[in-house]
Design a protein around this ligand. Structure first.
Ligand SMILES: Nc1ncnc2c1ncn2[C@@H]1O[C@H](COP(=O)(O)OP(=O)(O)OP(=O)(O)O)[C@@H](O)[C@H]1O
Ligand SMILES: [Mg+2]
Length: 261
């Protein structure tokens, strides 16, 4: 047993083995998110990613992520990892999913020379364009308005002291809504950290707890947020993402909203 296997208590490990077969090795992933601990697990049936959360809010997000993956069945498959198992203990939740090829776009960009960076951003734009243009899948359908729900959730996080945004900003966001656009499938946390690259192409979303039907301008804002002051990267993105180009004000609005999550 490695140190990692020791660290994972026997309860989750046994459940894991029920779903994925006998464990051969468990390693902490080099790239870690902020909300969970991510391990790569090799078993007799293949290689998986095990994402574990202990904080109650992040456990809830992980439960929703598991549900998104689990319901991704049928013919119109979304480009997201495959569900393997989800297990809730008293002090932690654990999601087991397929380990997908490649690296995050963030990691790919770090390693790429300038011309390749442009190609990666073009690919990111194309990938997001295709996703926003697809007819929404049934399993993401929900009642109510996406923005209303996000603003209400922001208020709740703020009241509980779980959010970095401030009350004045939230009041402005509530007052200054834009005219609605046609709602599409959205990823909901569409940064370069949450898309995977293989063979030079962006091809998959990870971290999908926010995936729903909502305002595509939110995805667009998060996708370009880090590149707005780098036209040599922004322009290639828009060669791929040709369906709409958000205004400065729309960008600021959606970045403001993101501060609460
Ligand atoms: N299915 C997968 N296949 C391969 N690698 C993955 C997979 N899921 C996650 N990873 C790796 O684990 C890292 C963290 O995953 P993820 O973004 O889901 O975690 P997180 O804690 O939710 O992050 P965040 O703080 O952004 O919410 C990713 O950067 C990626 O390197
Ligand atoms: Mg992430």
């Amino acid at each position: 047993m490695t140190r990692e296997e020791d660290a994972l208590e026997t309860g989750p490990l046994a459940k894991l083995e029920q779903a994925a077969g006998k464990v051969r090795s468990i390693e902490l992933q080099a790239e870690q998110g902020c909300t969970s601990q991510v391990r790569r697990v090799s078993t007799e049936t293949g290689t998986y990613i095990l994402k574990s959360a202990t904080d109650s809010r992040y456990r809830e997000w992980l439960r929703v992520e598991a549900e998104r993956l689990r319901r991704n069945t049928g013919e119109a498959l979304l480009p997201i990892p495959k569900f393997a198992a989800f297990h809730e203990e008293t002090d932690g939740s654990h999601l087991l999913m397929s380990c997908e090829k490649g690296t995050t776009l963030t990691a790919a960009l770090k390693a790429a020379p300038p011309e390749e960076k442009k190609a990666l951003l073009r690919s990111f734009g194309r990938f997001l364009h295709r996703f926003h243009e697809r007819p929404p899948v049934e399993s993401l359908a929900h009642d109510g308005d996406w923005l209303e729900e996000r603003l209400a959730a922001a208020r709740l996080y703020l009241e509980r002291g779980q959010s970095e945004g401030d009350g004045k900003l939230l009041d402005e966001l509530v007052r200054n809504r834009f005219a609605p656009v046609r709602q599409t499938m959205i990823h909901g946390d569409c940064t370069a950290d949450n898309v995977m690259v293989h063979d030079g192409e962006v091809y998959l979303f990870i971290d999908v707890s926010g995936m729903t039907i909502g305002d595509p301008r939110y995805d667009e804002a998060l996708a370009i947020g880090r590149f707005v002051d780098a036209p040599e990267l922004l322009e290639p993105f828009y060669e791929g993402y040709v369906r709409y180009r958000i205004s400065e004000a729309e960008l600021r609005y959606h970045e403001g909203l993101y501060e609460f999550f």
